[in-house]
Ligand binder design. Structure first.
Ligand SMILES: Nc1ncnc2c1ncn2[C@@H]1O[C@H](COP(=O)(O)OP(=O)(O)OP(=O)(O)O)[C@@H](O)[C@H]1O
Length: 422
């Protein structure tokens, strides 16, 4: 069959494809004129399913199915598409689809498999007749690649594993009357499940498969998205490096210390290489790195970074507190906030949110107010003194209070409430 025939076949299959049941996400989307909507985020976080959801949502608002085309370029039948096939592609789209209010929506998935996809998308946008939504593998269609390929003509949306609100929706737990004791107990059980097992959609939906799924996801990220993509020749070394990073989840990684450590083993790796490896892990959305507050980006490389996995399913179990911090870090990312950790002499604040007013956050698993380490409060007070007045908050497991220490009000907020606040 000619490539034209194949493309028609793929599109016609889409028109009769039974869309799966999709759990609605709390991620907003829009169809911008002249720009593409790029969905970025970690592996298996639900980018494709979010496209299906958009299709369903638009159809419920009157869009006919024939005005929406979804193409997955990972389809082997499309692997022979060449950059010069663009005119044919356009002709097939125009013949197969029907306009709705003068527009056709094109959803292009795994777009990295399409040679020169950036040019294709820009040309489509120039025609003024198409809305384009695209997504691709986390490492090849990273936010930075989209920026380069589309020269600013895009809006991106980060698709992360389920938020706690979405997670409760999957579990069928209504979000009212949370203080009623029986419901409260259930809520805390859900919270424990969320913190300990993470919220990758398939893992949440098929908990019995969790360990197999998580192992496979990790392998794909490490081997396909990082080692292959960045052409890392010394894969065995990278794995050793990764092991150290994974064992540091919830703590610090310092490129300087790592470089010295490897030197002591007779392995010479430059700080630049190690720093790049960390960057790859971050760009592939496997880890979240938190930089120290107050240092320029050049200086920050020398500073230890705090490291968390993108989902606690990847966490090497330690205690629950660092896992709670991990959930908070990813939630801040979900809310699109910029944040750092802060260290002033011996005091440390887990998160400083860079907004007006600043917010200083500590995370604790303490089960009674007097169990909270005084140093946690002291650090919040120091932060207020040094960086200026802000909101001081302790995120706890289930404690709720507001106290005043040395003239500074500190809010103590349960993790579940904080997660549902966003
Ligand atoms: N909103 C959702 N409702 C129901 N199931 C979902 C949802 N999102 C994701 N899933 C489940 O998680 C799996 C992975 O989701 P999806 O394929 O959308 O991820 P992705 O981000 O496109 O992955 P990749 O980066 O590997 O292409 C799906 O096969 C489905 O089982």
């Amino acid at each position: 069959m000619s490539i034209e025939g194949v493309l028609r076949e793929v599109i016609e299959e889409w028109f009769v494809f039974n869309l799966p049941r999709v759990i609605p996400r709390d991620i907003s989307y829009l169809l911008p004129e002249g720009s593409a909507l790029a969905l970025v985020g970690p592996r298996r976080a639900g980018k494709t399913y979010f496209m299906y959801w958009i299709a369903q949502d638009l159809m419920s608002k009157g869009w006919p199915r024939s005005s929406i085309i979804y193409i997955n370029f990972e389809d082997v039948r499309l692997s022979v598409l060449k950059p010069t096939d663009f005119s044919m592609f356009l002709k097939v789209i125009n013949e197969e689809a029907r306009e709705y209010n003068g527009k056709i929506l094109l959803m292009l998935d795994e777009v990295q498999n399409l040679p020169e996809w950036g040019r294709w998308v820009r040309t489509l946008l120039d025609k003024g007749r198409y809305f384009v939504i695209l997504s691709g593998s986390s490492s090849r269609v990273r936010a930075s690649d989209v920026a380069t390929e589309l020269r600013g003509r895009y809006i991106d949306r980060l698709v992360l594993p389920f938020s706690f609100r979405e997670f409760l929706r999957v579990r069928g737990f209504e979000q009212g009357f949370l203080e009623v004791p029986e419901r409260h107990g259930k809520l805390l059980n859900h919270l424990r499940d969320y913190v300990l097992n993470g919220s990758l959609p398939e893992v949440v939906l098929r908990p019995e498969m969790a360990s197999d799924l998580v192992r496979t996801y990790r392998q794909t990220i490490i081997y396909r998205d990082i080692i292959e993509r960045y052409r890392i020749r010394d894969a065995a070394f990278f794995e050793t490096f990764l092991e150290i990073v994974e064992n540091s989840f919830g703590g610090y990684v310092s490129v300087t210390k790592l470089s010295n450590y490897f030197k002591s083993l007779g392995i010479s790796k430059s700080k630049k290489t190690l720093s790049n490896y960390l960057k790859y892990l971050e760009e592939s959305y496997y880890v979240v790195l938190i930089r120290r507050f107050g240092f320029s980006s050049r200086e920050v490389i020398q500073q230890p970074r705090k490291v968390y996995p993108i989902d606690t399913a990847y966490f090497r179990r330690k205690s629950i507190e660092p896992m709670m911090e991990s959930v908070v870090a990813v939630e801040l990312m979900r809310r699109g906030l910029s944040y750092n950790y802060l260290r002033i002499n011996d005091y440390e604040v887990d998160f400083v949110i860079n907004q007006e007013p600043r917010e200083y956050i500590q995370v604790t698993y303490a089960s009674a107010m007097d169990e909270i380490d005084r140093r946690e409060f002291k650090a919040l007070i120091r932060a207020n003194e040094v960086l200026g007045r802000g909101v001081a908050r302790v995120i706890s497991w289930d404690l709720e209070d507001e106290i005043e220490i040395e003239g500074i009000k500190v809010k103590v907020t349960p993790l579940w409430r904080w997660l549902l606040m966003g």
